[in-house]
Design a protein around this ligand. Structure first.
Ligand code: PMV
Length: 326
């Protein structure tokens, strides 16, 4: 009983920060994202009756005890749903560094969910898969459907799920993930967002999200890149404002992050439409339209301190890949 799945990381346009239910990972707000074609995880899950315990291997890296325990909890949820008791072997590989705010847990739990249920021989609906992935890592639910995705916050576990708004071929926009620091971040998102209510501004953020979701949906429907970009930047700055005013404060940016943000303002002034987004880490996502990608890549490569870049198109969601061998 073995299966392999490939799942993209995703970048949120309107972001998720804060949970209404910590255990079930039901968020305080809905979010919208895009799957990334070149930042992904491939995971094989094998259940066997003669395995004596669960074994989890990250190729090209290692998991901490805490991370391994979280993967095993994910396997446990699958076993309970399917009604099996066999242990599993999990082998996984990312195309990008984990723990740097570039959503390895999203692609990781999406791939684990899709491979796990397939290995167990049980076919769930896409909606159910997003609910299971969400329980591993909230943003993982957005890596399951195709292309441009909304995660409806919901009130219960059953109605907190993700679905596609548009397919991956809907709009030719690009995301450059600019890695300026590939080290593990100090405060993981699960822990960081537990402090949201210590920020005096959190209620304003949450109250403002429904209007931002409507505006983002409109920008996508109109393919209006300027509206889209302004909304993305506004929400990034708003989320980081919350993070920075929490107790203890979370400052995920470093000097390179700020330098890139300033460059983006400058490039825009000079007529290149480019916008930034930043998750819980120092690395920066840059958005442009397909026609501008070469000009932008050139400019990014000229910046000191850029360690690597990953150029993404919108991607399809998580899916099984047959006959894969690591
Ligand atoms: O799902 P998590 O625990 O990795 O949280 C993701 C949080 C952000 O990346 C900061 C925002 C988002 O919506 O992806």
């Amino acid at each position: 009983m073995k299966a392999t799945a490939k799942a993209p990381a995703n970048i949120a346009f309107i972001k998720y920060w804060g949970k209404a239910d910590d255990e079930l990972r039901i968020p305080l707000n809905s979010s919208i994202s895009m799957n990334l074609s070149e930042a992904y995880t491939v995971t094989t899950v094998e259940f066997q009756s003669d395995f004596k315990k669960d074994a989890v291997t990250l190729l090209g890296g290692s998991f901490s005890e805490k991370e391994t325990a979280r993967v095993i909890q994910g396997l446990e949820r699958i076993r309970q749903r399917v009604g099996i008791s066999m242990y599993a072997r999990v082998v996984t590989k990312n195309t990008f560094p984990k723990g740097v705010g570039s959503a390895a847990s999203a692609s990781g739990f999406a791939a684990l969910t899709v491979a796990g249920f397939s290995a167990a021989g049980v076919k769930l609906t896409e909606k159910e898969l997003t609910i299971f992935a969400r329980m591993g890592s909230g943003s993982a639910c957005r890596s399951i459907p195709d292309g441009f995705v909304v995660w409806e916050k919901g009130k219960t576990s059953e109605d907190s799920y993700a679905h596609s708004l548009y397919s991956s071929t809907y709009w030719d926009i690009r995301d450059i993930l600019v890695i300026v620091d590939a080290h593990m971040k100090k405060v993981p998102t699960t822990e960081g967002m537990e402090g949201i209510m210590t920020s005096p501004y959190w209620q304003d953020r949450i109250a403002g999200i429904p209007a931002k979701i409507i505006a983002m949906k409109l920008a996508l429907a109109e393919k209006n890149f300027e509206k889209f970009g302004n909304s993305i930047e506004e929400d990034t700055l708003n989320m980081h404002h919350i993070m920075q005013t929490q107790t203890p404060p979370l400052m995920y940016w470093n000097d390179r992050t700020k330098e890139i943000m300033k460059r983006v303002y400058g490039w825009r002034k000079d007529g290149l439409p480019v916008y930034f987004s930043i998750d819980a880490g120092p690395n920066v996502h840059l958005f442009c339209e397909g026609k501008d990608i070469n000009a932008l890549v050139q400019k990014v490569r000229d910046i000191d301190g850029v360690q690597s870049i990953i150029i993404n198109k919108p991607s399809i969601g998580a899916h099984c890949i047959p006959n894969h061998l690591f």
